[in-house]
Design a protein around this ligand. Structure first.
Ligand code: CMP
Length: 439
């Protein structure tokens, strides 16, 4: 059996390994520096850790991988890929955990080469974090958020390791307990890394001075990197809002410069407000444009599902018809009082109402023939009977409409006679109503 790298079970397993390796990455270096005693429960934890690391090697040997977007599930290839990749890291970490387990069980003190061996399991966290990150990236998690979490995670872990290194360099105050010593070391690390460096804790011996210089250089680099990155990440998190605001500013400046009448300005700004509240300011058509036709169809079906569900005309329609129409519907927004068209206009499109209300009005703009709501359609008569608009259409409230152009309308009618019949019936009925009203 070979697991899919993006399956749920693999993610759960990766999270378990990440949790274990995180505890080890925190405990092993601190133990190395402070040489404190471990309670009995830690023995069990490290034994579980060793077992998990062994098991993880087998899981990795049974998990497919992607090459240029294609999934590889061939066992031999997985084996080679793993051997060339993460195997060394996993193996060294396993070795380290086993050494720690044996030391803890037998009460062997830290000495000589064991100092180095007990640091080996730290390596595992690099692999676990990278696997969980790729899994999350595949699950359409926002890349900016992911990068932010990833950077902060590594920053915190590195600070811990540097603090452990500082203690290891002999900066332990025997008067203080382990906890206080660690907090002091962490404080030194944070002030040095962030280039604040109060100078209240200073290196004494040459190795400590060298260590401090390395951390200072790292700090300068990391500080610049993090500040620059954080600024762009935070800006990216709400890129839609920033772009929308920029557009709004452009529109306002334009209206002021050209002295657009105040009421028109108000309507335009109200339109943008509505656009932001309903669509987060994105131009859907623009984004869909880049997609291949099959994806376009699926996105359009998804985005227009509301209108399809609302319009009774579509309810009995075949899936084929819906797919054809959905791709051709163009969303439009009207502010209250706006004319979609006026009586006598040449009609080149019909409309479906998704949200809001539209009144059908006579040429005088006062007589209201009907008020149409979500799910209704209008503007079909001019297309069916090739004549000017029999009435005007005016938005009563903010209205989301979907427009179907004449050529698409005709194409759909030709392909779907049942649809044609229904629309014809409705148009004839409206024609009669209009005649009755004008008589
Ligand atoms: P059209 O003539 O293209 O443009 C005006 C539209 O108003 C018309 O198509 C119909 O869709 C619609 N309409 C006309 N009369 C009525 C009515 N009595 N009730 C509802 N809608 C109507």
């Amino acid at each position: 059996m070979v697991f899919h790298p993006e399956s749920g079970i693999i993610f759960i397993w990766r999270c378990i390994v990440l949790l274990i390796s995180l505890v080890i990455a925190l405990d092993a270096p601190l133990w190395n520096a402070l040489d404190y005693g471990h309670e009995f429960l830690w023995n069990i934890f490290y034994i579980i850790g060793s077992t998990a690391y062994i098991f993880d090697i087998f899981v990795n040997l049974r998990t497919g991988f992607f090459v240029k977007g294609e999934l590889v599930t061939e066992k031999k290839e997985i084996f080679q890929h793993y051997l060339r990749g993460w195997f060394a890291v996993d193996f060294l970490s396993l070795l380290g955990v086993v050494v720690i387990s044996i030391m803890l069980i037998n009460g062997i003190p830290l000495s000589g080469i064991l100092h180095l061996a007990t640091l080996l399991p730290i390596l595992k966290i690099i692999h676990s974090v990278s696997s969980v990150r790729s899994w999350l990236a595949a699950q359409t998690m926002n890349p900016s958020t992911l990068r932010l979490i990833y950077s902060l995670f590594w920053l915190a872990l590195t600070a811990h390791w540097i603090a452990c290194g500082w203690l290891k360099m002999g900066m332990i105050d025997p008067k203080l307990g382990h906890g206080e010593n660690y907090i002091t070391a962490l404080y030194w690390c944070v002030t040095t890394l962030t280039t604040i460096g109060y100078g209240d804790i200073t290196p004494k011996t040459p190795p400590q001075i060298i260590f401090t210089m390395v951390v200072q250089i790292m700090g300068a680099g990391m500080y610049g990197y993090m500040i620059g990155n954080l600024a762009s990440l935070i800006a990216n998190l709400d890129i839609a809002k920033a772009q929308f605001q920029e557009k709004l500013e452009k529109v306002s400046t334009f209206m002021r410069n050209r002295s657009v009448p105040a009421d028109l300005q108000r309507d335009i700004l109200a339109y943008y407000k509505y656009l932001w509240a309903n669509r987060r300011g994105t131009d859907e058509a623009d984004i869909i444009e880049d997609l291949p036709i099959s994806l376009k169809e699926r996105v359009a079906l998804f985005l227009n599902r509301e209108i399809i569900a609302k319009v009774p005309l579509f309810q009995g329609a075949s899936e084929d018809l819906i797919r054809q129409i959905v791709l051709k519907l163009k969303p439009q927004i009207y502010v209250p009082g706006d004319y979609v068209f006026r009586h006598g206009d040449i009609g080149n499109e019909m409309y479906f109402i998704s949200k809001g209300a539209v009144e059908v009005v006579a040429a005088d703009g006062k007589t209201v023939y009907a008020v149409l709501h979500a799910g209704d359609f209008f503007g079909e008569m001019a297309l069916l009977f090739s004549m000017p608009r029999t009435a005007g259409a005016r938005a009563l409230e903010f209205s989301d409409l979907y427009m179907l152009e004449k050529k698409d309308f005709n194409q759909v009618l030709n392909n779907f006679p049942a649809f044609k019949k229904e629309i014809h019936e409705k148009a004839e009925q409206r024609k009669k109503e209009l005649q009755n009203q004008s008589d």
